[in-house]
Design a protein around this ligand. Structure first.
Ligand SMILES: O=C(O)Cc1cc(O)ccc1O
Ligand SMILES: [Fe+2]
Length: 425
């Protein structure tokens, strides 16, 4: 597997020498009878710095297909309807692995979300998959997909090429791009943030300077790859909240060459240059932002993707875990591996999830608080951990599955029960 590096670079790649036109995008006769197609994930007139589009040179035009019909193969992929929205702090056990018959598309389960595909917001899903997708592809016209594998390496085959995405990596698939997910090493489970808002980008670094956090060069985009298969393929499309299907008589992965900056990519979270205090106090978790989808209000994200990776803790005279807090932003968390430093008492397992909605108090459980208050504050390294957060400016509405699907822990509030009362002089 080969990759091209850089976030949002203007890439160029051809799988067959001579397939990529030079000096123009749409020649009268593209090489070998290929068809040129522009793929736009920003409006044509978007300012240049934000503009995203690629030119694809494919064996047949995408246009050759019949009607899309409603698809009923995944009833658990469903936008929240508002009837299960709650201020309560929620935590879920891991989604059980699929024991057969479920691929990535049918294994997506919506836990929550906000906004809408046309106005912005996010969808939050978990997935389990036991089957590789073969003659089948997914196109999400509603949102960009940020995929966070928790178990099982995914081979994400996209129109622009292939990427291997093991746990500890993330993948970003542009809105509208067709892809399939193959399983490399057995059953898979993970999380997806479906982004209806501005595409994810690297956060500004302010006084941190020109380097740090996720560095652009560590993002990897695929090189052109195609398959020459004239057989029936099923295309599942998510469009305006619903799933649709059609079939085509060839593989949709027939792009022989492409150039542009709207491309899928993967990123190894171990490359994240984690920055934290070297004096005192626990910094705000924005210091751990990998990618952000800004809203129209500066500094108030449609969605931030934030990680809590292995790191040194050296703060002096400092309560080192996340502090108790109430937040205008809503926080959905997942755990890829290990344990999370705010939840020594258990209950937040790899593959599980939690939700702390707008202004609802949370923070370390009783056990974590006691330990952190009494700890000898020598430098310590937090190892074997990788938690993350999808943080959003709007309340996260939960789905029927999230509330009644059997995974919700009924006793989550109890982890904050029994703090000793302060003793005043
Ligand atoms: O709630 C959480 O565990 C996430 C979180 C972590 C942190 O270090 C500071 C604030 C915060 O919301
Ligand atoms: Fe929080």
């Amino acid at each position: 597997m080969r990759y091209q590096t850089g976030f949002l670079n203007h890439f160029a790649s051809e799988a067959v020498t001579g397939a990529l036109p030079e000096g123009r995008n749409s020649p009268q006769k593209p090489a070998f009878g290929l068809y040129a197609e522009q793929f736009s994930t920003s409006a044509f007139t978007t300012p240049r710095v934000e503009n995203r589009r690629s030119w694809l040179y494919r064996m047949r035009p995408t246009t050759e297909h019949g009607r899309f019909e409603p698809y009923s193969g995944n009833p658990r992929l469903a936008a929240p309807d508002g009837s299960h929205t709650t201020p309560n702090r929620l935590r879920w056990d891991p989604l059980p692995l699929a024991d057969g018959g479920v691929d990535f598309v049918d294994g997506l389960v919506t836990f929550g979300g906000n906004g809408s595909p046309s106005e912005g917001g996010i969808g939050i899903h978990l997935y389990v998959a036991s089957e590789t997708m073969d003659a089948r592809a997914f196109q999400n016209s509603d949102g960009e997909m940020l995929i966070v594998p928790q178990q099982g390496t995914l081979r994400v085959v996209t129109e622009l090429g292939r990427m291997d995405v093991p746990p500890g990596h993330i993948a970003l698939v542009p809105r509208g791009m067709r892809f399939r997910v193959e399983l490399v090493d057995g059953p898979a489970r993970g999380y997806v943030c479906e982004n209806f808002g501005a595409p994810f980008r690297l956060p500004d670094l302010g006084p941190i300077g020109a380097n740090g956090l996720a560095n652009p060069r560590d993002f990897e985009a695929p090189v052109a790859w195609f398959e020459n298969r004239d057989e029936e393929f099923e295309i599942i499309q998510k469009f305006s909240g619903s799933l649709w299907r059609t079939t085509i008589n060839r593989s949709p992965f027939d792009v022989v060459a492409w150039h542009g900056n709207s491309a899928p990519c993967r990123y190894d979270l171990a490359r994240f240059n984690t920055i934290g205090t070297v004096s005192f106090d626990h910094p705000d978790p924005s210091i751990f932002t990998v990618l952000t989808s800004p809203s129209d209000t500066p500094g108030t994200a449609n969605c931030d993707f934030v990680i809590f990776p292995p790191r040194w803790m050296v703060g002096e005279d400092t309560f080192r875990p996340p502090w108790f807090h109430r937040n205008v932003m809503s926080e959905f968390m997942g755990l890829v591996t290990g344990a999370y430093d705010a939840k020594e008492g258990g209950g937040f397992a790899p593959g599980g999830a939690s939700l702390h909605n707008q202004f609802n108090g949370h923070g370390p459980d009783v056990e974590s608080t006691r330990k952190a208050t009494e700890a000898q504050l020598a430098p310590t390294k937090i190892t074997d951990t990788l938690a993350f957060m999808f943080e959003s400016r709007s309340v996260i509405h939960t789905t029927e599955f999230a509330m009644r699907g059997g995974l919700l822990q009924s006793d989550y509030d109890d982890c904050w029960r029994g703090f000793p009362k302060a003793r005043l002089p």
